[in-house]
Design a protein around this ligand. Sequence first.
Ligand code: GAF
Length: 367
Amino acid sequence: MWAAPGRINLIGEHTDYNDGFVLPFALPHTLTAAAARRGDGLLRLRSLQSGGGAVEIPVAELEPGAVSGWAAYPAGSVWALREAGHPVGGMDLLVDSAIPTGAGLSSSAALTCATVLAAADLHGLAPDRWEVARTAQRAENDFVGMPCGLLDQSAVLLSTEGRALFLDVRSLETEQVPFDPRADGLTVLTVDTRAPHRLVGGMYAERRRACEHAARVLGVPFLRDVPADGLAGALAALDDPVVRRRVRHVVTENARVLETVALLRAGRLREIGPLLTASHASLRDDYEVSVPEVDTAVEAALSAGALGARITGGGFGGCVIALVESDRAEACAEAVRTAYAAADFAPPAFFHAAPSPGARRVLPPPA
Ligand code: GAF
């Protein structure tokens, strides 16, 4: 059995596919996968949440488009391992997940990462964590058709308890940055807005294409290569106002990640609040990935005293995080509930997000 957590991105949104910086942490909510090898070459997939029966396909017949729905994620993971030349054969895989799906908490990366870890272990492979991350990413990119970056897989695989994971996507250098809100009397109140969240659709891909287009026009490999003090010049070189806004988000967001990391290293956790709120404004106004439910939750949390609040994850729905004094967390949640009722939105759900360990084998424990 293997367990893989969901994640929250503290800050650094839509920067990963621009070769930039991200700062996620893993959630206590995990997905568990029980797996065993089969001798007949069949991949047999079941999810306790999907309600349906098993999805069965011979591994030799795996190809993009051959499997749809939730099962495309584990099927794509086995396919990606085989594409990388690993002799992965038939397997039974049973999945049980406590990670809310469609909430922007990386339930899909938990599923692909758990599958790659399980298949690799069962077949005596010993990929390093980056190879696991890249394989899981390939499953999403090329089998499922979601052109995601490396944020979610890195968070799922490399997170540690009481830390946020600072990742430079270009160099793949990581730093486990101290992040223990509870010890500081703070809470990361997470609001699942329950607004429908669909990233496989064209909006995410369209944002990514706009960034790649801008980098080409600016003559840089990635938007990461536009420094904060070169932003004005870069914006002046771009004609399209929409593309200008996308670039401004990415460049300022990378700078905000670096500032956040510096504050956390210095133990000044309370001071990151304004950076979180600025990130939200940038995602709402420049990157245009927010929705009314999300903005309502952010505004209500801030008006009830949150130190900072933002959308987390790819956007177009999903979750909001609010950094709040622990003794204000319930008042913030109540303010969000009241604002939702007034706006006639479906009731949101809440939890407190504590930085937790990354994916691991749970039974039998690794030797
Ligand atoms: C989604 C993607 F999967 C990530 O790669 C990342 O781009 C994120 O949206 C936005 O920061 O979670």
